[in-house]
Write a protein that binds this ligand. Structure first.
Ligand code: SR1
Ligand code: MG
Length: 404
């Protein structure tokens, strides 16, 4: 009832009141604060609030609609509460790779976060072909720890059910259900792509095997509450430098299939991989960077699986699941999901509502179209062949054959 969308002045006044309590470790009570709004995401307001000594925090506020579309697309403010709760949950399991939450106000749908402005957003850095040696292992650690400790391997059935209900997130799940699994496969006003892609898009929409794969992935997204997902693991949700990796923005969090987050992350690595065909002109330099991306994907998946196996053998609480054969069987279905979601991410980011700057920012139109054709074929082939991969090595062999 007291909700109001903030201006920079509101942000300053609000933070000022916290300087003597929750934010006393960041600001002194006489801090001279200023703020500016710099959100460029699809949904929220994001302010940076700074004092005269350059100490700063981020104040993020949910709007009651999708910012990128406007008031015609209403969204529940409860997503701010969900995001704060995911940050608390994931932050307790993997503080090294989760942005720190400093304060939350559910009524105002706002959260105060540590400022990661000294780091880069992964998407921008990868567009510039920058490499981050620890990215693969950090993402693997984040996904295996948050994934395992929120799964049935570890939580009691009662605790798990309570958590599933804590993270019911219908509005943001509906966005993913529509944008990932429905819109690209039908005519819909939210889709957008250049006319030159018409025949490729028609090919996708006439491919019944592909539409079946999309439907199965959607069904698992809807009805497979395996763990508390981040829910939006694209390259814009990750801050990096050479030694640090921090996940932000888990407002799409909910209990869903384990393979969704790692599949989304791999999909974004592959979107950048394909985009470099239209960006880096020098072949040797391009190949070198693409090899780095592929190694990052392989290392991340391998370490994720290995760490889950280790956690399962040491920390499983449910006697029925404390068995290597079960864990391997479970991880095989996670692999199938991950490959499928990775493929779906490639397709929806090419012809759906939300594209990626890696591709849309390619200046040369012919080069951009060639990249878009490549991501569509790659996405399609990954979705179609996901369940034929018996293990991660077969997945990597498939991927390499599709990229050559
Ligand atoms: C209307 S929201 C569009 C996309 O932005 C978010 O970051 C999610 O990826 C969503 O699909
Ligand atoms: Mg986001």
């Amino acid at each position: 009832a007291n909700y109001t969308a903030f201006t920079a002045e509101h942000a300053v006044d609000y933070i000022k009141k916290l300087t003597e309590s929750e934010l006393s470790s960041v600001f002194t009570p006489n801090a001279e604060l200023s703020a500016y709004e710099f959100g460029d995401g699809n949904l929220n307001l994001v302010f940076r609030v700074t004092d005269q000594h350059n100490n700063s925090v981020i104040l993020k506020q949910a709007l009651p609609y999708a910012r990128c579309v406007g008031e015609s697309w209403p969204l529940s403010l409860d997503r701010a509460r969900i995001e704060a709760d995911v940050l608390i949950n994931h932050g307790s399991l993997c503080p090294e790779h989760t942005v720190a939450i400093l304060h939350h106000n559910a009524e105002l749908a706002l959260t105060v976060l540590e400022d990661l402005g000294h780091l880069q957003i992964l998407r921008g850095a990868q567009i510039n072909a920058e490499q981050f040696p620890k990215l693969a292992s950090h993402v693997a650690q984040y996904l295996s720890r948050t994934g395992f400790y929120n799964s049935d391997f570890y939580l009691s059935a009662d605790d798990k059910k309570a958590k599933v209900s804590q993270f019911i997130n219908p509005d943001l799940c509906k966005i993913t259900e529509d944008l990932f699994f429905t819109d690209p496969y039908i005519e819909h006003e939210r889709n957008h792509f250049p006319a030159e892609l018409n025949s490729s898009v028609q090919h996708i929409r006439n491919n019944n095997a592909l539409k079946l794969a999309a439907a199965k992935l959607k069904a698992r997204f809807l009805s497979c509450p395996q763990t508390l997902l981040h829910g939006d693991m694209h390259s814009g949700s990750i801050f990096v430098d050479n030694n640090t990796t921090k996940m932000i923005d888990p407002e799409f969090g909910f209990f869903g299939p384990v393979g969704f987050d790692i599949g989304s992350f791999m999909g974004n690595l592959l979107l950048n991989y394909c985009a470099q065909n239209g960006r880096i002109a020098e072949l040797a330099k391009r190949r070198h960077y693409q090899t780095h991306l592929l190694t990052c994907l392989q290392d991340c998946y391998s370490q994720f699986e290995e760490q889950w196996l280790n956690l399962a053998s040491n920390e499983t609480t449910d006697v029925s699941f404390a068995n290597r054969a079960f864990t391997e069987d479970y991880l095989k279905s996670v692999l199938h999901d991950a490959i499928g979601y990775c493929g779906a991410e490639l397709i929806r980011r090419t012809i759906g509502l939300a594209h990626v700057a890696d591709i849309d920012g390619i200046e040369n139109e012919q080069a951009r179209l060639a990249v878009q054709q490549q991501t569509l074929v790659l996405g399609e082939q990954l979705m179609l062949n996901a369940t034929s991969c018996e293990n991660k090595d077969e997945f990597f062999t498939l991927l390499i054959s599709l990229l050559n």
